[in-house]
Ligand binder design. Structure first.
Ligand code: BTN
Length: 230
C-alpha cells in the first residue's frame, strides 16, 4: 500500500529482509518503507534486529541536508510515544529506553547523498525469549501502529525541516529526553572506557568524565549505564 503522510510517501510491505535494503533500492528522498516483519533486520554495529509481526519496523529516506538527523529521529520517536502515553527516554546516541530496557533503536546509513534512517520499535510484538532481559515492548498499551508512525513522521518533519536554528532545537529536545547525563557508564568503542556522562556537544558527540577528571569525547560506541535509577 502507498500513501502520503506529513510530506512523506509511505510504502508498506508484508515482509522484507530489511527495510534498509528495500530503501536502498528505492533511493528516493522523503520515502518511508514499512514492513510488518523483517526476516533479516539489522541493528547497529552489525547486530541482528529481531523484527517479528506486531512491531513497527521502517526506514525513512532523507536527503542529508540536516545535521544531527539521527538524534532528531530519537527525539521524534520519544515525543510521538509521549503523545501515546508512553514515557520513554533516549540513551546516547539513540536507543529508546522504557523501564530500563530497550524499546527501540535507530540505525543511520548514508550513501549517494541520502540518509537511510532505520527505526525499530517493539510496539505490539512479543519479545523473543532470548532478549527478554534487555528488551521490552509496549504491547499492553494498545497503540495503533499507523497512528504512531504518522506521529513520528510529523515530529521528525518538524525537526529536520526549517531554518538553520533547527540543530539547536534538536539538541535542546535531545537533552530534554536523554537519560544519561550524570550517570556512570561504560562506553564500548573498540576499547572499554568508563566514567560519568557530562554533556553532548553540538556535533552530537558525547562527553564523558573519566578517572582523574579528564573529559573524553565519543563519536560512536555503545553506552552501558552501570548506575541506573537515580
Ligand atoms: C539498533 O541497533 O539499536 C538499531 C536498530 C534498528 C532496527 C531498524 S528496524 C527497521 C530498520 N531495518 C533494519 O534492518 N534495521 C532498522
Amino acid at each position: 500500500m502507498l500513501q502520503r503522510v506529513h510530506g512523506y510517501t509511505v510504502v508498506e510491505f508484508e515482509s522484507l529482509t530489511s527495510t534498509q535494503d528495500m530503501a536502498k533500492n528505492i533511493r528516493r528522498a522523503n520515502t518511508v518503507i514499512v514492513a510488518k516483519e523483517q526476516k533479516n533486520g539489522r541493528g547497529r554495529r552489525g547486530r541482528t534486529w529481531e523484527s517479528p509481526f506486531g512491531g513497527l519496523w521502517f526506514t525513512v529516506i532523507l536527503d542529508n541536508s540536516c545535521e544531527l538527523v539521527t538524534l532528531a529521529a530519537g527525539v521524534a520517536v520519544v515525543k510521538a510515544l509521549e503523545r501515546m502515553g508512553v514515557q520513554a527516554g533516549i540513551k546516547w546516541p539513540n536507543d529508546i529506553i522504557y523501564g530500563e530496557k530497550k524499546l527501540g533503536g535507530i540505525i543511520a546509513e548514508s550513501s549517494g547523498g541520502l540518509v537511510y534512517l532505520g527505526i525499530g520499535i517493539n510496539l505490539n510484538n512479543d519479545i523473543p525469549e532470548s532478549i527478554r532481559d534487555i528488551a521490552v515492548s509496549v504491547k499492553d498499551k494498545n497503540i495503533v501502529l499507523e497512528e504512531l508512525l504518522a506521529c513520528i513522521l510529523k515530529e521528525l518533519d518538524s525537526l529536520v525541516t526549517g531554518d538553520s536554528d533547527r540543530k539547536f532545537e534538536i539538541l535542546k529536545q535531545w537533552k530534554k529526553y536523554q537519560i544519561v547525563f550524570g550517570r556512570k557508564v561504560c562506553v564500548i568503542d573498540g576499547e572499554l572506557i568508563c566514567g560519568v556522562v557530562r554533556d553532548i556537544n553540538s556535533d552530537g558527540s558525547l562527553m564523558v568524565e573519566v578517572k582523574g577528571g579528564e573529559l573524553k569525547k565519543f563519536y560512536a560506541g555503545d553506552v552501558h549505564i552501570i548506575q541506573m535509577g537515580d
